[in-house]
Design a protein around this ligand. Structure first.
Ligand code: NAG
Ligand code: NAG
Length: 352
């Protein structure tokens, strides 16, 4: 018995040394693999943090059993960071199945503000129908629909001071078949006031349109400034590398295009901010042979310096995912590993 106690004491001491010596002053960025997404591989979904322990993924596409075909899903799933487990109970699905949903978490609730739906005719089209999900009652309640341009894949930002959610850009349609038209990107900005339960009627002129049309961009809010990074303008290969910024506390200043450009312009990216830097991962439309059309880059934008740096490539390069930063990690569930639909259930977290 004594020796066991001694051994445990020794292990505890050793663990103390290891803990003290590793994560806190960990020298280089690293990845950690988490529990795969429960039920299905997933792509073109949205990832949110309801609080510092619970993440949510909703909507997107899942395999439907036929090669290269996918179903748009209404699934909502929760994940617990401390237990590394997907919530087993069935949650109320979104009232409609949407891919590229525009969603944001405010005060522990999920605001779903339109997205793209599948009407079975080979074109995903924007819908403006909107709902709020309350996890305490597991119910969805309908909200007024988007008043201007119904769309999906908007860059989303939340002003935590006012509870207003900003939707920047997005796309009104994504044709899946030849000859069905262009992917239509927009520069429109809309805002939903979660405290009043209504859309903001009049945004200042300099806010109502971004400096360019964008969908599939990265978006974060840091110190009450919203950043829209990269993205594309009408099509997978028309990638962009700009950073647009909007000071949510001083809307009168309008959108600003930053001098710092992404080293590798990319769309279909995901992004998360940790300690003053925005990390932008992966993307779609890579013309390089052998890339499967997917970007593997991880690049970091230093907000204060307005500069970029290149980091090591993504552990599993992918696009069509979305990320959320919580604490020191950027959580990235699912995504596609080839141009177009190729969803995986892989879930990992990046620690810068
Ligand atoms: C995919 O959608 C089709 C058409 O709505 C449906 O018949 C089929 O059951 C779905 N498959 C899966 C795996 O959800
Ligand atoms: C986080 O949100 C989930 C879902 O609403 C809830 O079950 C959990 O208790 C919350 N945790 C904290 C620490 O607030």
């Amino acid at each position: 018995m004594k020796s066991v106690t001694q051994t445990l004491g020794f292990l505890a001491a050793l663990q103390g040394v290891l803990v003290a010596g590793s994560p806190c002053n960990s020298p280089s960025p690293h990845w950690k693999t988490l529990s795969p997404i429960a039920l299905y591989p997933r792509q073109e979904h949205t990832t949110l943090a309801l609080n510092r322990t619970t993440l949510a993924i909703l909507g997107g596409i899942v395999p439907n059993g036929l090669p290269t075909q996918f179903n748009t899903t209404s699934l909502l799933q929760l994940y617990s960071i401390p237990t590394n487990k997907w919530h087993p109970a069935p949650l109320a699905p979104m009232p409609v199945a949407l891919n590229h949903p525009n969603a944001a978490a405010v005060d522990g609730k999920i605001y779903l503000l339109g997205g793209l739906d599948d009407r079975g005719d080979g074109i995903w089209r924007g819908t403006g129908r909107s709902w709020v999900y309350d996890p305490t009652t597991n119910t969805w309640a309908e909200l007024p629909g988007i008043p201007d341009v119904p769309r999906g894949s908007a860059a989303m930002g939340v002003d935590e001071r006012t509870g207003v959610v900003y939707l920047a850009g997005g796309m009104t349609q994504l044709p899946l078949i030849e000859g069905a038209g262009e992917q239509e990107s927009v520069d429109v900005v809309s805002a939903f006031d979660t405290r009043k339960g209504e859309w903001v009627a009049a945004l200042p002129a300099g806010v109502k349109a971004m400096p360019g049309r964008r969908d599939h961009a990265g978006a974060v809010v840091v110190d009450r400034v919203m950043y829209v990074l990269g993205g594309r303008d009408r099509g997978q290969h028309n990638v962009r590398g700009d950073v647009f910024a909007l000071d949510l506390g001083r809307l009168g200043k309008g959108w600003v295009t930053k001098a710092g450009k992404m080293p590798t312009p990319r769309g279909g990216v995901c992004a998360g901010a940790v300690a003053g830097k925005v990390y932008v991962f992966g993307g779609e439309g890579n013309p390089v042979e052998g890339s499967d059309g997917v970007f593997d880059q991880v690049e970091a934008y230093d907000i204060r310096k307005d500069t970029w740096e290149r980091l090591d490539k993504m552990e599993l390069p992918r696009h069509g995912t979305s990320a959320v930063a919580v604490g020191r990690g950027v959580y990235i569930p699912g995504g596609g590993i080839k141009l177009g639909g190729a969803p995986v259930d892989t879930f990992n977290v990046f620690y810068p």
